[in-house]
Design a protein around this ligand. Structure first.
Ligand code: G
Ligand code: G
Ligand code: MN
Ligand code: NA
Length: 253
């Protein structure tokens, strides 16, 4: 309960910020996208990771307001970055089921894009398998409307949840993200199987494949050989605050 009220003031007190993790083309090394990851710097200076407070925000309904802030912030950062040499093509934002359930969600997304002055294709929404809990018509109509604006949709943490293959098949998607728990297994004997199966499934479905949690060069090469298009992870870059990201981009030019 204490956390909910702290979190409520966090927005007004400017305690939230986004960290951005680069996604690169595994074949060319080019920066293709960024994933925006929410952080909370508490009064005492401690930075709290989303794993600790997103569930609380989801439970209390606060996620809708937080998620709106994230969308606005991510879109306006994208707008600023577009004038920078070597800028990425898109910004990916994580979206909770509770946000998709909100009847105002499409409007919130469109407003964030319009206010920032970016094109829809600059934004990607990362959803998780738990969206399978939503009424099919709601999910379909929401994703179709947003994709009609050029916004892309990625399924995150794929293979870790409970959705069926048939619900995946039905969803209008652009990208599939291989969860880092499967990527981590790559260097163990027989450990490549699930990552490879997810990549094959993605290929069959005509989706772009992004691997996350790449922590070394060998893993990157294995994923590239499996036909993964893009990747992110500590080996490439950790999530960075805006100023650090700009320095990182400059250093790569
Ligand atoms: O950055 P970190 O590894 O701590 O992120 C942990 C989890 O929190 C990730 O799985 C990510 O999907 C989720 N997350 C990060 N930022 C956001 C956000 O803005 N909204 C939602 N709904 N989830 C987020
Ligand atoms: O669930 P989601 O994929 O949205 O979560 C992204 C989270 O993964 C972020 O919190 C980020 O800090 C973390 N992360 C990013 N790269 C790596 C990595 O190479 N290894 C590990 N263990 N975590 C990572
Ligand atoms: Mn994600
Ligand atoms: Na993930």
């Amino acid at each position: 309960a204490r956390m909910v009220s702290d979190l409520r003031v966090a927005v007004d007190k400017d305690q939230l910020f986004l960290a951005y993790q680069p996604q690169i083309d595994l074949h060319t090394g080019a920066l293709t996208g960024l994933e925006a990851l929410l952080r909370w710097r508490r009064e005492d200076g401690r930075v709290v990771a989303p794993g600790e407070f997103i569930p609380v925000a989801e439970h209390s309904g606060l996620i809708v307001a937080l998620g709106q802030w994230v969308l606005q912030q991510a879109c306006s950062t994208m707008r600023v970055l577009m004038d920078t040499p070597g800028a990425p093509g898109r910004m990916a934002v994580n979206v909770s089921v509770a946000q998709l359930r909100d009847p105002a969600f499409i409007h919130i997304v469109r407003t964030a894009i319009a206010r920032a002055g970016i094109e829809g294709r600059r934004l990607e929404l990362e959803i998780t398998e738990s969206v399978a809990l939503l009424p099919t018509e709601l999910l379909d109509s929401t994703l179709h409307a947003l994709r009609g604006d050029g916004i892309s949709v990625a399924i995150d943490d794929f293979g870790t949840g409970y959705s069926s293959l048939s619900s995946l098949e039905r969803m209008p998607l652009d990208r599939i993200k291989i969860d880092r728990s499967f990527v981590r297994e790559l260097d163990r004997p027989g450990g490549a199987r699930i990552a490879e199966l997810v990549a094959q499934l993605g290929h069959r479905m005509g989706l772009q494949i992004v691997a996350e949690g790449i922590e070394d060069e060998r893993t990157l090469q294995l994923l590239r050989a499996m036909g993964c298009h893009e990747g992110q992870g500590f080996h490439i870059a950790a999530p960075m605050a805006y100023e650090e990201l700009v320095g990182w981009m400059q250093a790569r030019q």
